[in-house]
Design a protein around this ligand. Structure first.
Ligand SMILES: [Zn+2]
Length: 552
């Protein structure tokens, strides 16, 4: 049956080019947009004859628009590969929208462009293969085999341009008819506009390319030329700061923040000893690594960063200008430009027998040989101060079960399928919670490295963004910021201080505990890091430094 249907592509030999492109358009607008139609169909507004008529009008308009689009971009000489690319893009985005509840916007495309082999491997699954075969493979074979009736040069042009004009005009007329209902739908359900395949992808790629083009034309802007570090007394040992940049950790699953399962015993033990402060209301800058990491290390803040087409140096450049020794340790997929001009170490490809498996390493790898790495930084800089940034693998999904070694797993059984909705909710929660518990263990070990040092030491920890693990059918992260659920933007943050650092800062304990309950965001990171290092520059804004008011 299936083969016969495929074979029937041959019967399209000699069909009018309009019919062949029309069939592809129908496939894409209907099957290729199944997640969009399904989302629309489930809306409370979709009741009654008027709504259904509007839906039919929208479907016809989208089909016509698709037909015009195909005739505009799928020119005859690259007809076959271009159609195939459309089918593959539509099938892949449909799969991600259906399985993870994500939508396609410029930052989601930026994520996809900046992914690496292990991240892709984590996403592959049997359901994904099936979706590709059904959504792109079978129609792709038909498309490749179909051969429209050949037309003379000028005829081909008039047919093609004619299809674009007719399709676009008819689609516009239909959209005008349903405009009123459509406009209110799109206003009330903003995510719908990111769900129309393949226009969501085309739009996002265009926006991203334009933004990157604009950035490339601008030279990197230098900041903090006036930065100086507070002079230490000759007897004073220079401080060491560790900044842990977490990955995909959401505040909701930290027991130190009230979560019912014991995911963060180490942090809580340090807190009850009085050496750790937890900040319970911190908002991320973005909903993915690609945005959050460069944004939090920038002086622009969330809105300034989103609007800026200019690249600036990061707070690490400023620290370096103030004479500090800086080291970025990478255990994930790169620092997104933040660490370009400072010494770096990449542990993600290490071969450690206990800490690495399958081409990835658990975060404790960053502590291996750490003292030697720090000792290798310039001595004259270390005499001013040292800041070590550790970029975690953290809770990177969807393969949460890979984020904790077997002997550290507290919650079993774990979901081991990357098509997350096919897992039991409890097994998924277990896998995610194990990754948080492992981060807690890792942070405990970072403190264990800092504590015995005969100098003032401190650790700041903050996650880059949160994660959805099935709430309202949404998984992973990367929702456009303004419509992102709280799970994706409410992140954990903690500060640990050694006794020597408490003295160095002249810290007011009650004040820091009070700061813990106030609302903060990644916008505060730049200033808080500078303040923690006692570096002054015109860029530093004391009111933005979380700990400033509590230092003497
Ligand atoms: Zn991230």
């Amino acid at each position: 049956m299936q083969l016969k249907w495929l074979g029937s592509g041959a019967s399209l030999q000699g069909r009018h080019a309009w019919a062949v492109s029309g069939l592809l358009a129908l496939w894409l607008s209907t099957v290729g947009n199944a997640p969009f139609w399904w989302a629309l169909w489930q809306l409370p507004e979709m009741q009654g004859a008027r709504a259904h008529l509007g839906l039919a009008g929208l479907w016809a308009a989208l089909s016509l628009l698709m037909w015009a689009f195909i005739n505009a971009v799928v020119w005859p000489w690259w007809r076959r590969p271009a159609g195939l690319v459309l089918l593959i893009v539509t099938a892949v985005t449909s799969y991600f929208m259906t399985i993870y509840g994500v939508v396609i916007d410029p930052t989601m495309i930026a994520n996809a462009v900046n992914t690496n082999a292990t991240e892709v491997r984590d996403l592959l699954s049997l359901p994904m293969a099936l979706a590709l075969i059904l959504g792109a493979g079978l129609p792709g074979i038909w498309w490749w085999r179909s051969e429209p009736r050949p037309l003379a040069g000028w005829q081909r042009w008039t047919h093609q341009v004619g299809a674009v004009l007719i399709g676009a005009l008819l689609a516009a007329a239909l959209l005008m008819l349903v405009f009123q209902d459509l406009a209110s739908l799109m206003r009330n359900h903003k995510s719908l506009r990111y769900m129309v395949n393949p226009f969501n992808t085309v739009y996002a790629v265009g926006r991203l390319a334009r933004a990157e083009q604009a950035q490339r034309q601008q030279p990197l802007q230098v900041i903090g030329q006036d930065a100086v570090s507070r002079a230490l007394a000759p007897s004073q040992a220079a401080p060491v700061l560790v900044l842990v940049v977490g990955e995909t950790a959401r505040a909701a699953n930290f027991s130190i923040a009230g979560y019912e399962r014991p995911t963060t015993p180490q942090l809580q033990a340090l807190q009850s000893q009085g050496s750790l402060y937890y900040f319970s209301q911190v908002q991320s800058c973005g909903t993915n690594t690609q945005v959050s990491v460069p944004c939090m290390f920038s002086h622009l803040g969330r809105t300034g960063f989103a609007d800026s087409s200019v690249r600036y140096e990061s707070v690490l450049d400023v620290l370096q200008k103030a004479g500090w020794a800086v080291l970025w340790i990478e255990n994930q997929s790169g620092c997104k430009g933040v660490c370009d001009r400072v010494p770096q170490a990449d542990t993600s490809r290490s071969q450690h027998p206990q800490l690495c498996e399958g081409g990835e390493c658990w975060d404790e790898i960053m502590l291996e040989g750490l003292s030697e790495r720090v000792a290798a930084l310039p001595a004259e800089r270390r005499a001013v101060g040292t800041v070590v940034v550790m970029h975690q693998m953290g809770s990177h999904g969807p393969a949460y079960f890979k984020r904790s070694p077997a002997d550290k797993k507290k919650f079993l059984p774990e979901c081991t399928n990357s098509a997350l909705p096919s897992c039991e909710a409890q097994a998924l929660r277990n896998a995610y919670d194990n990754s948080i518990a492992y981060t807690d263990h890792f942070l405990g070990r970072v403190v264990g490295w800092l504590q015995p040092q005969a100098r003032p030491t401190a650790m700041w920890y903050v996650s880059d963004h949160g994660e959805s693990i099935g709430e309202k059918g949404i998984y992973l992260h990367g929702m456009p910021f303004n419509m992102a659920p709280k799970e994706q933007t409410h992140v954990p943050m903690a500060l640990w201080l050694s006794p020597a650092m408490r003295q160095h800062w002249g810290v007011n304990d009650a004040c820091l505990n009070a700061q813990g309950a106030k609302p903060w965001s990644h916008d505060n990171w730049f200033h808080t890091v500078l303040g923690s290092a006692d570096v002054s520059t015109r860029l530093y804004r004391p009111e933005m430094d979380i700990a400033r008011a509590c230092r003497n």
